[in-house]
Design a protein around this ligand. Structure first.
Ligand SMILES: Nc1ncnc2c1ncn2[C@@H]1O[C@H](COP(=O)(O)OP(=O)(O)OP(=O)(O)O)[C@@H](O)[C@H]1O
Ligand SMILES: [Mg+2]
Length: 296
């Protein structure tokens, strides 16, 4: 297997025709030196994850993620509920409605131009907060506007932070900051296929990040965790954040699963506890073997 830097160099070369191998390698090394990038690598090197593995029921995935994240000290958009398509169609712009357009119950997405069908997942727009995508475009007018992000701008029309609040917000959104990295790491634990991109994180005026969009997640075999732990330097800030997840207990997992609503859209959660307890044990094992190696 190629080293990550070699693998990345190849990707940069493929993406930027005309770039020299030397410059591509330099770029790959710079990316690899970034903690957030090392975490994202889990998603980058597994482009087939979406197709190859079994998905967690998306309603379950969202409620479970919120419960686990809260136990990790991460804020989420917690005003969340399931409703019928008729109820969803009557909602105002204060709510984000997600549903499965294909009717297979495997994924949920936000699609404001389509009419809701089936069970819908509704999230109340968080007050006094905006997505990192919105805030980045607000701070840097030249930042490219993605279609999906621009359609969400209507949720943030009243978001007018003061200069002091903007300074706080800028600090909060640092990609090498504890808040961002904690969200990225929690998503790996949860098997989220929705990455911590700028449309999936909000920031409020107090400078707190709020994680949203955890509905799409899948059952993993744990191999990706082994790779990720290999990539994270012991003793780094990022390693400490891995320790936050390792500090969860099996009781936390069970209590989080108990918070999933008993609703027909969620179906059975019987297999979930065994799966996540096993995943937590593997995480703890990987963490403590690296931490022990550190003290030798
Ligand atoms: N509770 C909320 N408060 C404020 N904004 C929200 C909230 N939920 C969603 N949004 C906004 O709506 C957008 C779409 O929601 P979400 O990310 O959950 O849907 P999605 O279709 O799964 O997105 P993608 O697949 O592009 O990541 C988000 O990028 C965000 O800007
Ligand atoms: Mg999203």
């Amino acid at each position: 297997m190629n080293s990550p830097v070699e693998e990345l160099t190849q990707r940069v070369l493929a993406k930027c025709p005309g770039i020299s191998v030397q410059n591509a390698r330099r770029e790959a090394e710079a990316l690899w030196a970034t903690p957030a990038f090392r975490v994202s690598y889990v998603w980058l090197v597994s482009p087939n994850r979406y197709r190859s593995r079994e998905r967690i029921n998306p309603f379950v995935a969202e409620f479970l993620a919120q419960a686990v994240m809260r136990r990790l000290g991460i804020r989420t958009a917690s005003e969340l509920y399931i409703c019928t398509a008729e109820q969803a169609r009557a909602l105002s712009d204060d709510f984000v409605v997600k549903f499965d357009r294909n009717g297979k119950g495997r994924t949920l997405s936000w699609n404001p131009s389509a009419t809701p069908t089936g069970w819908c997942l509704v999230s109340k727009v968080v007050r006094d907060a905006a997505s990192l995508a919105f805030v980045t475009r607000m701070i840097d007018k030249g930042y490219p506007a993605k279609h999906h992000d621009v359609r969400a701008d209507k949720f943030y029309s009243g978001f007018n932070p003061s200069p002091a609040e903007i300074d706080r917000i800028k600090l909060a959104m640092a990609l090498d900051g504890v808040q961002y990295l904690s969200i990225a790491i929690a998503r790996v634990f949860l098997g989220c296929t929705c990455t911590p991109h700028f449309g999936n994180i909000l920031v409020n005026k107090a400078g707190e990040l709020i994680s949203i969009d955890h509905a799409n997640a899948e059952f993993e075999d744990g191999e990706e965790l082994k790779r990720m732990f290999d990539f994270i330097d012991r003793g780094s800030e990022l390693f400490k954040i891995l320790g936050g997840v390792a500090g969860l207990t099996e009781g936390d997992i069970r209590a989080s699963i108990d918070e999933i609503p008993k609703h027909p859209a969620c179906g059975s959660t019987a297999l979930l506890s065994d799966y996540f307890v096993k995943r937590l044990r593997l995480w703890k094992e990987l963490y403590s073997s690296q931490a022990t190696a550190l003290t030798r």
